[in-house]
Design a protein around this ligand. Structure first.
Ligand code: 4NP
Length: 152
């Protein structure tokens, strides 16, 4: 059995955006061939469930993400994962700071560049907004994950 391809989704808190990205991509790929996980660059929410608004938005689209628990991104993740998708420029800078070499750095990509290459657009942080912000994030991530699943 060949090794699984491993993909990590990263945001700040690992409770709003990356848990949605994790659940969405996982639903589009064969679990015997791919391992998907998520992490946050911050340590505020380690061990917590995704935000209730992310859980509700996922549920609305038929996805259950309540098995997820927040973890913090660590340098060791660069060796464990083949692809690391970040939500915004701040996540990108925080992740790159922990890279030890160019191989590590080359694994990190802004997720929306999968839809519009080189646009460097960001998945907005929905934490302080309303429910519509979470649906908006879901739609962006669903489109990006369709591209990733088709290509990977
Ligand atoms: P996320 O959203 O990075 O999409 O999980 C956030 C959640 C919590 C905080 C920031 C962003 N926070 O500062 O607590």
């Amino acid at each position: 059995m060949p090794e699984k391809i491993k993909i990590l989704m990263v945001c700040l808190g690992n409770i709003c955006r990356s848990p949605l990205a994790h659940g969405i991509l996982e639903s589009k790929l064969d679990p015997t061939k791919y391992k998907i996980d998520s992490a946050g660059t911050g340590d505020y929410h380690i061990g917590k469930l995704p935000d209730p608004r992310s859980i509700a938005t996922a549920q609305k689209h038929g996805l259950n993400i309540t098995n997820q628990r927040a973890q913090q991104f660590k340098t060791a993740h660069f060796d464990e994962f083949d692809h690391i998708f970040v939500m915004d420029q701040s996540n990108y800078q925080n992740v790159i700071k922990l890279a030890n070499n160019e191989l590590h750095e080359n694994k990190v990509k802004l997720i929306l560049n999968e839809i519009s290459p080189n646009s460097d657009s960001e998945v907005p942080d929905p934490y302080y907004g309303g429910d519509q912000g979470f649906e908006n994030v879901y739609q962006m991530l669903d489109e990006a994950c369709n591209k990733i699943a088709a290509r990977i």
